[in-house]
Design a protein around this ligand. Structure first.
Ligand code: NAD
Ligand code: TYD
Length: 348
C-alpha cells in the first residue's frame, strides 16, 4: 500500500510518519511537506533512510504540482495533516489559512479523484481539530453530533476543510474519514504553542505571557496517543464517519503553566517558585475559546481506542526531550522566529 502522509515534517505528522514507517514495513510511506517554518526534517532523522520511506518536498497550494505527484506515485491512501496550525498566526493572516487549509485540501482530494478509478480501495483521511465546534461553557463535552461553530480564522479554515471533505464524499463518492482531536503536546512541537513556548521561555528566563486570566480550559492529549488513534481510524474507521479524539484531561491554562513551572524548576535545579515568577498576565487573545473538552465515547465503543498517557509523566518526558534537544530549539528559534515574537509578545 502506498500511503501519502501530508505535513509529515511537522509536529504530529512526524510522529505519524515514524509510527507508520516502523510499524508497517509493507506499506510505502510518502511524506509530502512544503517545509514551512513549522516543518523540520530533523524530526525524522532516525527513519530518513528507511527503504519504505520517501520524502517529497511540495506545496499543497499548488494544484499542478500535487496532481503530477499523484500521477507519478499513484498513492492508494492519504492521511492529510499539512496545515497552517497556529491560532495566533491565523488572527494576523487569515488568508494564508484559507490557502493551505481549504484550497490545499481541495487540491489533494481533486488529485486523488483524478487517479482513483475504483474508489473502494482508497481512503482520504482528514486530520482535524475539535476547535471547529467553537467553545464550551463550564458544562458538557463535544461529541460527533456537536454543531460546527468555529471562532478563529484557524478553526474556520479547518471547519471549511471538513465540510469540503464531506461534500467530496457525498458528491463524488470520495471515501473519507475525519477525526477531530483536542490539544496535543510532546516532542517536536514548534515553540509557538503554549507548552513548548513556555519551556523555551523558562530556559531563557523570559516572561510567560498568559492570555487573559488563564482560566481557559484545554483537554491535553499526548501526541503518541493521537498517533495510536490515527492508526486505529485509518485501519478500522468507517467510510464517511467522524471520530472525536480526546485525552479526558482538562486543565486550566494557569494550572498547566504552574505545573510546568514546577517541573522546570526541578529539572533546571532552580529554587522552587522561580519559574512561576516569570508568569505575566497579558491582553487576551481575540475570540479566545473558553473551554474545549471531548467525549471520545464513539472511538472507544466502536474502535476500542483509549488514551494510554499519564499527564504528569508525559509532561515531564516532554520537558526532558526539549532539555536534551537544545540544538533543535536553537535551530527553530533562529531568524524569523525572533522577529515574530519580538513583535507579537514583547510589545504586548
Ligand atoms: P505543524 O504546524 O507542527 O505542522 C504542519 C506541517 O504542515 C509542517 O511540516 C508544514 O511544513 C506543513 N505545511 C504547512 N503548509 C503546507 C503547504 N502549503 N504544503 C505542504 N505542507 C505544508 O502542525 P501540527 O500541530 O503537527 O498539526 C498537524 C495537523 O493536525 C493539522 O492539520 C492540525 O490542524 C491538526 N491538529 C493539530 C492539533 C494540535 O494540538 N497541534 C490538534 C488537533 C488537530
Ligand atoms: P495554543 O497552544 O496556541 O493552542 P490552541 O489555541 O489551539 O488551543 O494555546 C493553548 C492555550 O494557551 C490557549 O487557551 C491560549 C493559551 N496561550 C497563552 O495563554 N499564552 C500563549 O503564549 C499561548 C501561545 C497560548
Amino acid at each position: 500500500m502506498k500511503v501519502l502522509i501530508t505535513g509529515g515534517a511537522g509536529f504530529i505528522g512526524s510522529h505519524v510518519v515514524r509510527h507508520f514507517v516502523k510499524t508497517y514495513p509493507k506499506y510505502h510511506i510518502y511524506n509530502l511537506d512544503a517545509l514551512t517554518y513549522a516543518g523540520n526534517l530533523e524530526n525524522l532523522k532516525d527513519i530518513e533512510s528507511s527503504i519504505n520511506y520517501t520524502f517529497l518536498k511540495a506545496d499543497i497550494r499548488e494544484a499542478h504540482q500535487i496532481q503530477a505527484l499523484f500521477q507519478e506515485y499513484k498513492f492508494d491512501r492519504v492521511i492529510h495533516l499539512a496545515a497552517e496550525s497556529h491560532v495566533d498566526r491565523s488572527i494576523r493572516n487569515p488568508l494564508a489559512f484559507v490557502n493551505t487549509n481549504v484550497t490545499g485540501t481541495i487540491n489533494l482530494m481533486q488529485a486523488a479523484l483524478n487517479i482513483w478509478n475504483d474508489l473502494n480501495n482508497h481512503l482520504f483521511y482528514h486530520v482535524s481539530t475539535d476547535e471547529v465546534y467553537g467553545s464550551l461553557g463550564r458544562q458538557g463535552y463535544f461529541t460527533e453530533e456537536s454543531l460546527y461553530k468555529p471562532n478563529s480564522p484557524y478553526s474556520a479554515s479547518k471547519a471549511s476543510a471538513d465540510h469540503f471533505v464531506r461534500a467530496y464524499g457525498e458528491t463524488y463518492g470520495l471515501p473519507f474519514v475525519i477525526s477531530n482531536c483536542s490539544n496535543n503536546y510532546g516532542p517536536n512541537q514548534f515553540p509557538e504553542k503554549l507548552i513548548p513556548l513556555f519551556i523555551n521561555n523558562i530556559m531563557e528566563n523570559k516572561l510567560l505571557p498568559v492570555y487573559g486570566d488563564g482560566a481557559n480550559v484545554r483537554d491535553w492529549l499526548y501526541v503518541l496517543d493521537h498517533v495510536s488513534a490515527i492508526d486505529r481510524i485509518f485501519h478500522k474507521g468507517k467510510n464517511q464517519e467522524t471520530y472525536l479524539v480526546g485525552g479526558n484531561n482538562e486543565l486550566t491554562n494557569l494550572q498547566l503553566v504552574k505545573l510546568l513551572c514546577d517541573v522546570m524548576d526541578k529539572k533546571l535545579n532552580r529554587p522552587e517558585g522561580s519559574s512561576e515568577k516569570l508568569i505575566k498576565f497579558v491582553k487576551d487573545r481575540p475570540g479566545h475559546d473558553q473551554r474545549y473538552a471531548i467525549d471520545a465515547k464513539k472511538l472507544k465503543s466502536e474502535l476500542g481506542w483509549t488514551p494510554k498517557a499519564s499527564f504528569n509523566k508525559d509532561l515531564e518526558k516532554t520537558v526532558d526531550w526539549y532539555l536534551a534537544n537544545k540544538s533543535w530549539l536553537a535551530n527553530v528559534t533562529s531568524g524569523a522566529y525572533r522577529e515574530y515574537y519580538t513583535e507579537l509578545y514583547e510589545n504586548r
